[in-house]
Design a protein around this ligand. Structure first.
Ligand code: HSC
Length: 680
């Protein structure tokens, strides 16, 4: 765990706790003892702390959270580093995150590689830096930079850290430890950060809170971070740390941190594929083909281009191809205009794109993703054609969002090479990819699908084959509930407000407006059999048409629509429905609880591998508020027995298609989690 070594009069302390050098109990004790022993060792003039393997340290061991804390605590270790009579240098490569950066802040000097990532990401776990970070960082870099790092949780590079005074030197990775030792040998005195005064201007906190109001609204941790940093301006280190510790404990005991920590582990658990050896050999993906240059095909292509992987994109007619590639350029340029890409990077990415009308050009590709419209016959035809031209071993993927990957695979003579790669719109931005495992999908195809999605920066989740897979299948009862309540008397705003108050980015009807009221529906004005038909018949196809359930202003903000409410009133009257008052509780049950019920069915059918995978799908695919942990985690926190009781109370309003999931009922009855109840 901890190895010490002497280099002349400099002592190195190496943290070795793979895979991320988390500061678990043994590591803390080891550092503490090494620092302590060095104090009385006359042969030691200075100390260097560094990390073995990929990084300095990813911080506190998150798996220890929620258990009684074993001594020595991290703050005690860091105080001992700062109190060392011999100068201590932290030598940082890879990541120094959370408690890892706090160790480095306790050191008197810091050297880092240019590409190192230094950050305090505790806020993403619903916490704050609890080992002195909120007190030492502002003393070192000032209030604005410290607030920025602590409240955003985003790491900065070694180069940026040098600019703001967080590190003293940037050195090459190859000679990091050597350079740190040479530097330490020149130092003759410690330089504790904790005794510095914080430079501080009036109004900084108020300004910061105002500027970030939207991002931090309703979240406990960012508010606590601000309060802790404020303490650094008025209290000496020890008292500031006491305040920090107390805020840390309050957050740790709160519901938001529990949910955010669940989300952290859920995301990592999703990477694991049941029934597949971890070391299955992957197929090399060096060239990708995309069929269809629509919004989806273009967005999918951009992910690969941005990751440096060449893409051949195929369309049927030149005009559609030009429109698609034009949109890709426009999207890239918009990113560049926001300063997130240079124009050289834009041109570099687009240079990897080969637009063509020649289907045979796909024969060179290792992975081919079909992204045409949802029609089984069309998809089967495309896969049969692909079978004839794709090289042996190429992975044939469909971006279908509802249809059976098994049926698509049957159109080929190589169903083992077929997999679903379901991206979410806008595909160049949304992180989720459902990797759909067909009945015959080969293990290495599935594993390559998952690895490739990660390579392009996505969060992949394995799904079995069913109509709509995990995400869209759960979306269906949510949208259905919303539409029915609209008919029964609720307004669009009333329904959507319940979801938005819960923390969703938008309500179900706003979502339909965004996707298109007409998507999956007809526009025929002579066949009006639903509210959607009634809207479609008059061209209220959603945002793209200027209005749907809502009107939209030039900034795409939604406004209540007198026209839509007239259409809804008319339709109700024609359907003979007398509107009634609908409570927020009922809206909650019919738009949220019904999703949990569907999620439980998805679990019991083995479509999702584990309940946390369902959470990951909703957090990354639909913007479910991360601080509630995802729908299944949220339901377990509310209590499955309560969810079931609520569903039963409204059972006669949940429509004929509704049935309570036996798994959900059983878990609620026995007081077990859904995963436990499923395992039997
Ligand atoms: C913290 O530091 C609190 C402090 O302020 C101190 C508080 C003191 C309190 C005192 C009381 C008052 N711990 O992500 P990967 C696992 S909070 C345990 O796939 P990558 C991970 O689960 C911490 N395990 O790798 C996975 O395990 P699996 C603040 C951790 O290369 C494996 O390592 N720090 C862990 O893609 C590989 O992880 C953070 O929030 C941890 N800290 O990314 C950083 N970190 O194989 C969290 C990772 O079994 N970590 N694991 O699935 C990360 O952001 C990423 O892991 C890295 C590496 C960017 C480090």
């Amino acid at each position: 765990m901890i190895e010490t070594q002497r280099h002349g009069t400099v002592l190195t302390i190496r943290i070795g706790n793979p895979p991320v050098n988390a500061l678990s109990e043994d590591v803390r004790r080891g550092i503490y003892q090494a620092i302590d022993a060095a104090q009385s060792d006359d042969g030691v003039s200075a100390i260097v702390i560094h990390g073995a393997g990929r990084m300095f340290s990813a911080g506190a061991d998150i798996t220890e959270f929620g258990k009684p804390l074993a001594e020595p605590g991290l703050a005690v270790v860091i105080d001992a580093i700062e109190a060392s009579a011999k100068p201590v240098v932290a030598a940082i490569h890879g990541s120094a995150l959370g408690g890892g950066l706090e160790v480095a802040l306790g050191a008197h000097y810091r050297v880092a590689t240019a590409s190192a990532k230094l950050g305090l990401p505790e806020v993403a776990l619903g916490l704050l830096p609890g080992a002195g970070g909120t007190q030492r960082l502002p003393r070192l870099v000032g209030i604005p930079a410290a607030l920025d790092m602590i409240v955003s949780g985003s790491p900065i590079s070694g180069t940026k850290a040098l600019d703001i005074g967080l590190v003293d030197k940037v050195v090459p990775e190859a000679s990091l430890v050597e350079d740190a030792i040479a530097y330490a040998a020149t130092l003759d005195a410690p330089r504790p950060t904790g005794t510095r005064a914080v430079s501080f201007e009036g109004g900084e906190f108020e300004r910061f809170a105002e500027q970030n109001a939207r991002k931090i609204k309703g979240l406990d941790a960012p508010q606590a971070c601000i309060e802790a940093v404020r303490a650094a301006t008025s209290l000496p280190l020890a008292e500031g740390q006491e305040k920090e510790r107390s805020l840390f404990h309050t957050l740790m005991g709160g519901a938001q941190s529990k949910a955010l920590r669940h989300a952290f582990f859920a995301e990592r658990a999703a990477a694991k594929i049941d029934g597949l050896p971890k070391d299955v050999a992957l197929r090399p993906i060096e060239k990708v083909g995309v069929i269809g240059a629509g919004t989806m095909g273009g967005g999918i292509s951009m992910n690969f281009l941005s990751a440096g992987i060449p893409v051949t994109i195929v369309e049927m007619v030149q005009e559609a191809l030009d429109r698609g590639t034009g949109l890709m350029r426009k999207n890239y340029e918009a990113t560049a205009a926001k300063g997130r890409m240079t124009s050289a990077q834009v041109e570099g990415a687009l240079a990897l794109l080969t637009p063509t009308l020649d289907f045979n050009a796909l024969s060179e590709c290792d992975l081919i993703i079909e992204a045409v419209y949802e029609n089984m016959d069309v998809k089967k035809e495309i896969f049969a054609r692909l079978d004839g031209i794709a090289k042996p071993g190429a992975i044939l993927a469909s971006n279908t969002s509802y249809l059976s990957v098994d049926e698509i695979a049957q159109a080929t003579k190589r169903p083992e090479d077929v997999v679903g790669l379901h991206f979410f719109s806008p595909a160049n931005i949304m992180k989720l990819v459902e990797v759909v495992r067909g009945e015959k999908t080969a293990p290495d195809v599935l594993a390559t699908g998952m690895a490739t999605a990660r390579k392009i920066g996505k969060v992949p989740v394995v799904s079995g084959v069913c109509f709509g897979f995990i995400g869209n299948r759960m979306l269906d009862p949510r949208l259905e509930g919303a539409m029915e309540m609209l008919l029964e008397g609720a307004t669009p705003d009333q329904i959507d407000r319940v979801s938005v108050a819960f923390g969703m980015p938008m309500g179900p009807l706003q979502m339909i407006d965004l996707a298109g009221v007409d998507i999956g529906w007809h526009r025929d004005p002579t066949r009006i059999e639903s509210l959607r038909d009634a809207l479609n018949a008059v061209g209220r196809w959603g945002q793209k048409a200027g209005g749907g359930f809502y009107d939209y202003d030039e900034k795409r903000r939604h406004l209540p629509s007198p026209v839509a409410s007239g259409i809804i009133d008319d339709y109700r009257a024609k359907a003979g429905v007398t509107p009634r008052a609908i409570s927020d509780e009922e809206i909650m049950v019919r738009t949220m609880h019904v999703m949990v019920n569907e999620g439980a069915k998805i679990l019991s059918e083995g479509i999702a591998q584990r309940s946390s995978d369902v959470d990951v799908v909703w957090i990354y695919g639909y913007g479910w508020p991360r601080h509630t942990g995802g729908p299944m985690f949220w339901a377990e926190q509310v209590g499955l027995a309560k969810i079931v009781a609520d569903l039963e109370r409204y059972a006669d309003r949940l429509g004929e298609g509704f049935s309570l999931s036996p798994l959900l009922a059983e878990a609620a009855r026995s007081g077990r989690s859904l995963d436990e109840a499923r395992a039997g």
